[in-house]
Design a protein around this ligand. Structure first.
Ligand SMILES: [Cu+2]
Length: 133
Protein backbone atom coordinates (compact mmCIF):
# COMPACT_ATOMS: atom_id res chain seq x y z
CA UNK A 1 0.00 0.00 0.00
CA UNK A 2 1.49 3.32 -1.07
CA UNK A 3 1.42 5.95 1.61
CA UNK A 4 -0.26 9.17 0.48
CA UNK A 5 2.73 11.33 1.42
CA UNK A 6 5.01 9.13 -0.65
CA UNK A 7 2.75 9.59 -3.63
CA UNK A 8 2.80 13.34 -3.04
CA UNK A 9 6.60 13.34 -3.01
CA UNK A 10 6.68 11.31 -6.20
CA UNK A 11 4.26 13.70 -7.88
CA UNK A 12 6.26 16.71 -6.74
CA UNK A 13 9.36 15.12 -8.20
CA UNK A 14 7.63 14.66 -11.53
CA UNK A 15 6.51 18.28 -11.52
CA UNK A 16 9.99 19.50 -10.63
CA UNK A 17 11.42 17.39 -13.43
CA UNK A 18 8.87 19.01 -15.72
CA UNK A 19 10.89 21.57 -17.70
CA UNK A 20 12.21 18.84 -20.00
CA UNK A 21 8.67 18.14 -21.14
CA UNK A 22 6.83 21.32 -20.35
CA UNK A 23 6.17 24.42 -22.34
CA UNK A 24 8.22 27.54 -22.00
CA UNK A 25 7.05 29.56 -19.04
CA UNK A 26 7.55 33.25 -18.62
CA UNK A 27 9.45 33.75 -15.37
CA UNK A 28 9.84 37.49 -15.23
CA UNK A 29 9.84 40.57 -17.38
CA UNK A 30 11.50 43.96 -17.44
CA UNK A 31 9.50 46.09 -16.95
CA UNK A 32 7.72 43.77 -14.56
CA UNK A 33 4.05 42.92 -15.02
CA UNK A 34 1.87 45.68 -13.60
CA UNK A 35 4.88 47.96 -13.13
CA UNK A 36 4.13 51.65 -12.70
CA UNK A 37 7.01 53.43 -14.31
CA UNK A 38 8.15 57.01 -14.02
CA UNK A 39 10.34 56.76 -17.08
CA UNK A 40 9.52 55.10 -20.37
CA UNK A 41 11.46 51.87 -20.80
CA UNK A 42 13.70 51.68 -23.85
CA UNK A 43 13.48 47.94 -24.12
CA UNK A 44 11.38 45.04 -23.05
CA UNK A 45 12.94 41.85 -21.71
CA UNK A 46 11.21 38.52 -21.24
CA UNK A 47 12.86 35.82 -19.13
CA UNK A 48 11.74 32.26 -19.75
CA UNK A 49 12.52 28.97 -18.04
CA UNK A 50 13.99 27.54 -21.23
CA UNK A 51 15.24 28.50 -24.66
CA UNK A 52 12.60 30.10 -26.82
CA UNK A 53 12.25 31.93 -30.06
CA UNK A 54 9.94 34.88 -29.80
CA UNK A 55 7.27 34.48 -32.46
CA UNK A 56 4.98 37.40 -31.73
CA UNK A 57 5.24 40.43 -29.55
CA UNK A 58 2.62 43.11 -29.78
CA UNK A 59 2.41 46.23 -27.71
CA UNK A 60 -0.85 48.12 -27.50
CA UNK A 61 -1.79 51.33 -25.76
CA UNK A 62 -5.46 52.31 -25.60
CA UNK A 63 -6.20 49.83 -28.35
CA UNK A 64 -3.53 51.23 -30.62
CA UNK A 65 -0.74 49.01 -31.84
CA UNK A 66 2.75 50.27 -31.17
CA UNK A 67 5.13 48.88 -33.76
CA UNK A 68 7.78 46.65 -32.22
CA UNK A 69 10.35 44.76 -34.23
CA UNK A 70 10.87 41.12 -33.32
CA UNK A 71 14.03 39.47 -34.57
CA UNK A 72 12.71 36.03 -35.46
CA UNK A 73 16.09 34.90 -36.72
CA UNK A 74 17.67 35.43 -33.31
CA UNK A 75 19.05 32.24 -31.78
CA UNK A 76 16.86 30.56 -29.19
CA UNK A 77 17.52 31.91 -25.74
CA UNK A 78 15.80 31.97 -22.37
CA UNK A 79 16.06 35.75 -22.41
CA UNK A 80 14.55 37.83 -25.18
CA UNK A 81 14.89 41.58 -25.43
CA UNK A 82 13.18 43.86 -27.90
CA UNK A 83 13.90 47.51 -28.39
CA UNK A 84 10.97 49.81 -27.81
CA UNK A 85 10.16 53.01 -29.60
CA UNK A 86 9.78 56.16 -27.52
CA UNK A 87 6.68 55.54 -25.43
CA UNK A 88 4.32 58.18 -24.13
CA UNK A 89 2.56 58.20 -20.78
CA UNK A 90 -0.14 55.56 -20.76
CA UNK A 91 -1.06 51.99 -20.10
CA UNK A 92 0.52 49.34 -22.25
CA UNK A 93 -0.41 45.76 -22.86
CA UNK A 94 2.12 43.25 -24.08
CA UNK A 95 1.01 40.13 -25.87
CA UNK A 96 3.68 37.57 -26.56
CA UNK A 97 3.98 34.19 -28.16
CA UNK A 98 7.10 32.07 -27.94
CA UNK A 99 8.18 28.87 -29.61
CA UNK A 100 10.21 26.21 -27.81
CA UNK A 101 12.54 24.81 -30.47
CA UNK A 102 13.01 21.66 -28.36
CA UNK A 103 9.48 20.36 -28.79
CA UNK A 104 7.89 22.85 -31.17
CA UNK A 105 5.36 23.94 -28.60
CA UNK A 106 4.10 27.48 -28.50
CA UNK A 107 3.20 29.28 -25.33
CA UNK A 108 1.80 32.74 -25.01
CA UNK A 109 0.57 35.27 -22.55
CA UNK A 110 -0.10 38.88 -21.82
CA UNK A 111 0.93 41.38 -19.21
CA UNK A 112 0.71 45.09 -18.85
CA UNK A 113 2.61 47.99 -17.42
CA UNK A 114 1.99 51.68 -17.11
CA UNK A 115 4.09 54.74 -17.70
CA UNK A 116 3.01 57.43 -15.29
CA UNK A 117 5.47 60.02 -16.42
CA UNK A 118 6.78 62.59 -16.51
CA UNK A 119 8.28 61.26 -19.71
CA UNK A 120 11.38 63.00 -20.79
CA UNK A 121 13.13 62.23 -24.02
CA UNK A 122 15.17 59.05 -23.69
CA UNK A 123 18.22 60.03 -21.70
CA UNK A 124 21.06 60.14 -24.13
CA UNK A 125 24.27 60.45 -22.19
CA UNK A 126 26.20 63.50 -23.26
CA UNK A 127 29.47 62.34 -24.78
CA UNK A 128 32.28 63.47 -22.53
CA UNK A 129 34.10 64.99 -25.47
CA UNK A 130 31.13 67.19 -26.29
CA UNK A 131 31.04 68.92 -22.92
CA UNK A 132 33.19 71.99 -23.06
CA UNK A 133 33.75 74.31 -20.16
CU1 LIG B 1 6.19 21.91 -24.68
Amino acid sequence: MVKPWLLAVALAGMILAGPAFGHAKLRSTIPAADAQLQVAPKSLTLNFNEDVRLAVLTLTADGKDIPVTVDRSAPASPQVTVTLPVLAVGKYQVRWSALSPDDGHVSNGTFSFAILGPVTAPATPVPAAATSR
